[in-house]
Write a protein that binds this ligand. Sequence first.
Ligand code: GDD
Ligand code: MN
Length: 388
Amino acid sequence: MKVVIIIPTYNEKGNIERLIEILENKIFPTIRNHDMNILVVDDNSPDGTDNEVRKLMRKWKNINIIQGEKHGLGEAYVRGMTFASQNLGAEIMFEMDADLSHDPNKIPEFLKNIEDGYDMAIGTRYSGGGSIPSNWGLSRKIFSIFGNLLVRAILMRFKIHDWTGRFRAMRKEVYLKEKNELTAFRGYTFQVSFLHKIVREGFKIAEVPIHFTDRTLGRSKIAPKEYIIDLLKYIIIARTIELIHSPFLKYAITGFTGYVINAVALEIFKSKLGFHSGLAASSGAEMSIIWNFLVNNFWSFSSQRIKSRVKFFYKFLQFNLISFGSLVIIGVVVSIGTHLFGDIGIIRQIFLVVAIGLVIPYSYTMYNIFIWKRWRISLLTKLQAALG
Ligand code: GDD
Ligand code: MN
């Protein structure tokens, strides 16, 4: 296949020459089953990086360069990928730094994953034996490790360990699918937003453990403060949008209205119909359960709506069982709270709130797994398969 290694440069004289020589002399000759090419995306580096590349282009014919204004790294990549796919006919595209922080010896391993059917292979410094430079200062280490954990936690995507790295290979199909969606986040944050879209699209991604080494020549162009703010902005906005589009918000609204129904019904049953308090409360709770089940089925989880009558009945029983779990959680939490801090109104209310804080993720998870089946738990699937 035609492979294009895209290398963005800004003032990488010296580095780019060393990298290209290693690629041409040492790496490419070992790769027999692919047509290997290089594309340098230089942003008019004042140090004459482009002249160095042009000199090498006379020696090797598989090198290309495009130049443009400096609009940040993400923008340079978009330009590079566009050129690689439109003008060079790339079938596989690599992203790689020019400063030898990315070990060229790893290239065959990336290609192996693509040959094995992965759509994308990404270098990871945080799993499978990958590493960051031991000589990095503490703050840069914390910044990098913590930043990646934060991305994984906020986006709720834990399978990928290294979101900010830049040593990656992908099939052109991945780029073609995503190219119209490239967001406004085009600085260093581009890396995260681009990968996020690819993950959501369901492409198959492999991780390749890499040892990231510090550059020996020139300076890093990273601007940590700007990077953190941009990154936070992206992950928070992206996750909020996901949540708004997911059933979660509707589920929360349904749950809240269900709570109001429960409270009002309790009072009506008690004062208007003369029910015993306990019976009034549980009748109110059952009304709320019925309300929750119906509204969630026809609104919150409408994409997964239960239609057949038999299933509807069966699922409603299951739903009651899950709701019973919520009652147990509330009962236990409030008992513990009043036991420890005294059985007075304010304590009961505080622990009721604590309990609801547990009930919300509990029931949302149960609904997603057991009732409307949006989530698949691999262990459960295996168990079900084993049981026939
Ligand atoms: N064309 C172009 N335009 N290239 C740029 C620009 C730009 O505005 N800014 C940086 N580059 C090039 C550099 O010349 C280098 O080849 C590569 O992009 C990476 O830049 P560095 O400045 O060396 O980044 P770093 O080593 O500090 O950052 C590394 O770690 C980050 C966080 O983990 C890189 O691997 C980043 O990609 C990574 O996000
Ligand atoms: Mn670097």
